[in-house]
Design a protein around this ligand. Structure first.
Ligand SMILES: Nc1ncnc2c1ncn2[C@@H]1O[C@H](COP(=O)(O)OP(=O)(O)OP(=O)(O)O)[C@@H](O)[C@H]1O
Ligand SMILES: O=P(O)(O)OC[C@H]1O[C@H](OP(=O)(O)OP(=O)(O)O)[C@H](O)[C@@H]1O
Ligand SMILES: O=C(O)c1cccnc1
Ligand SMILES: [Mg+2]
Length: 493
């Protein structure tokens, strides 16, 4: 299919906001294009009022950076752009410069599946100002969505308490790439499979599914429909039992289950897609058990999300498998993560790095300056706190104080003796060359699981979670405060 081929293999250099290109042009014009800069990508609040976030999207970013090149057709398009007075928007020498541009940055990032928190850089990029600037929009586009969906999936899977969650979202997803990226991120977040066959092909995700009401409706009776399905897929029978009358539907499923058994095959289960899912699943369970099908699974679907699944668990519904579509792939209750990308440092004419802050009335919006690293302190595999600190800082200290970036009254002393330290930002590109061995998607999914087990359930609680401590190392906090004063011209008077 041409659309997705273009999306995944063609030149994507123009997948950026126009202002990135006008700034790029102005950087070039003013001789700043090649100045070295550091930018950070981070978000300010965990989504869904939750206590954690699962990073996803790096794999796309690796491809994006590797293919970062203005193609001739991109340059032709830019050449055709005119200002209001009819003059060229971009002068030919700039387009010539763009035609030779190759990705040459250092890029550090947390691996996909890493549990991350507000304010920490999840991607850090260091390189020519012009490249860092042009990458802002695509990096945000990729990370914002996939991280959001991976997190939503992790929450849904958490609510399902070990049951399989099948992702059914394609029909309601935000367009073609929204659907594909969502299926990928949902798998990373913990879903068992997707119904999206193209996602299966492109990403190697397991594909699964049952059948629809239309299948039943196309026959004169439900029983006939089940029998015909059993003939076609004797090993894959999950009968949708609620087209007409759920109780009769379960009876019909049992009847066909017995026929299958005579042929040496086992019905896998039934799916319920409407009505009171607790009531009908419990009834179905009783009927299936009584009829000698204790292993038949009960799949539920119909506008599910983590809250409804939690409620159904409390009601002791007999549901073993959850089919979740719309509310997962559209991140229904929070449609954007809100990650941002900010300049953190720039090398001045003397070759010295200058940390940078963007001052805001709201302290949550003041970014963290300087070239940073992030360390996760844990004890016996249990994460205790994360610290954002300056690159030059040594981790070989016995004690650190971390300070909440938004509320300086929240501080925590960390005595490092006996603690495990994991640096979260891994080197992905060095001067434009990929140095990172990417895991396959199944390893990434396992990475999510491993990461989530490190965190106490108090942080994973879906409602009013306990806030996991993430802070700035004291020296970095002080640097930020001083910079804010300096930029505001505040002399303390
Ligand atoms: N026992 C339950 N506890 C809490 N929520 C439930 C329970 N059973 C079903 N739900 C949820 O309630 C909502 C019911 O939605 P709705 O009224 O649109 O469906 P329906 O009338 O059962 O089905 P349909 O319109 O598809 O025939 C769904 O989101 C479903 O997941
Ligand atoms: O509810 P979701 O989480 O999005 O899961 C996917 C839904 O898609 C299918 O039906 P569809 O919604 O197309 O039709 P229906 O509501 O009339 O059953 C399926 O039966 C699920 O109910
Ligand atoms: O396979 C299924 O049961 C399925 C697939 C997509 C949407 N709803 C259900
Ligand atoms: Mg529906």
């Amino acid at each position: 299919m041409k659309i997705t081929q273009d999306l995944y293999q063609g030149s994507l250099a123009l997948l950026t906001d126009f202002y990135q290109l006008t700034m790029a042009y102005a950087y070039w014009k003013s001789g700043k294009a090649e100045e070295e800069a550091v930018f950070n990508l981070f978000f300010r609040k965990n989504p869904f009022q939750g206590g954690f976030t699962v990073a996803a999207g790096l794999d796309y970013i690796i491809d994006y950076c590797r293919n970062f090149k203005f193609g001739q057709d991109d340059l032709d398009y830019l050449k055709s752009m005119k200002n209001a007075d009819g003059s060229l928007t971009f002068e030919p020498a700039f387009l010539e410069y763009l035609s030779k541009m190759e990705f040459s940055c250092d890029l550090d990032a947390v691996e996909e599946g890493t549990v991350v928190f507000p304010h920490m850089p999840i991607i850090k990029i260091k390189g020519p100002l012009i490249q860092c600037q042009l990458l802002e929009t695509p990096l945000l586009n990729i990370i914002n969505f996939q991280t959001l969906i991976a997190t939503k999936a992790a929450r849904i899977v958490y609510a399902a308490k070990g049951d399989s969650v099948l992702e059914f979202g394609l029909r309601r997803a935000q367009g073609i790439d929204g659907a594909l990226a969502a299926s990928r991120a949902a798998y990373i977040g913990g879903c068992t499979s997707t119904s999206n066959v193209m996602a299966g092909k492109l990403f190697g995700i397991p594909v699964s599914g049952t059948h629809a009401h239309s299948w039943i409706m196309s026959f004169d009776s439900e029983l006939e429909a089940f029998k015909a399905y059993a003939d076609a897929f004797p090993d894959k029978c999950v009968f949708l039992v609620d087209t007409y009358d759920t109780i009769k539907g379960v009876k019909n499923a049992i009847e066909v289950g017995k026929i299958l058994r005579e042929r040496g095959k086992e019905m896998l289960g039934v799916r319920i897609d409407s009505g009171d899912l607790a009531y009908y699943s419990n009834l179905a369970r009783e009927m299936l058990d009584e009829a000698g099908f204790p292993d038949a699974k009960i799949v539920a679907s119909n506008d599910l999300d983590e809250q409804i699944i939690t409620s159904l668990k409390i009601q002791e519904a007999s549901i073993n498998v959850w089919g979740v579509g719309t509310k997962l792939v559209t991140a229904f209750d929070q449609p954007a993560l809100g990650a941002v990308y900010k300049l953190a440092a720039i090398k001045n004419k003397e070759g010295l790095w200058e940390p940078k802050v963007k001052v805001s009335q709201q302290s949550i919006k003041i970014n963290v300056p300087g070239n940073q690293r992030v360390v996760r302190f844990s004890k016996n595999g249990k994460a205790l706190a994360d610290m954002i600190f300056l690159k030059e800082e040594s981790l070989e200290r016995g004690q650190f104080t971390i300070i909440d970036p938004v509320d300086p009254t929240k501080r925590k002393k960390i005595y490092t003796d006996g603690l495990e330290k994991e640096e979260l930002l891994k080197s992905i590109f060095e001067k434009g060359t990929k140095v990172y061995e990417r895991p396959d998607i199944h390893q990434t999914k396992k990475n999510t699981e491993r990461n989530l087990t490190q965190f106490d359930k108090a942080h994973k609680r879906l409602v009013n979670p306990h806030v996991y401590p993430v802070g700035l190392e004291e020296g970095l906090y002080e640097l930020r405060t001083q910079l804010v004063f300096k930029m505001k011209d505040y002399d303390g008077a």
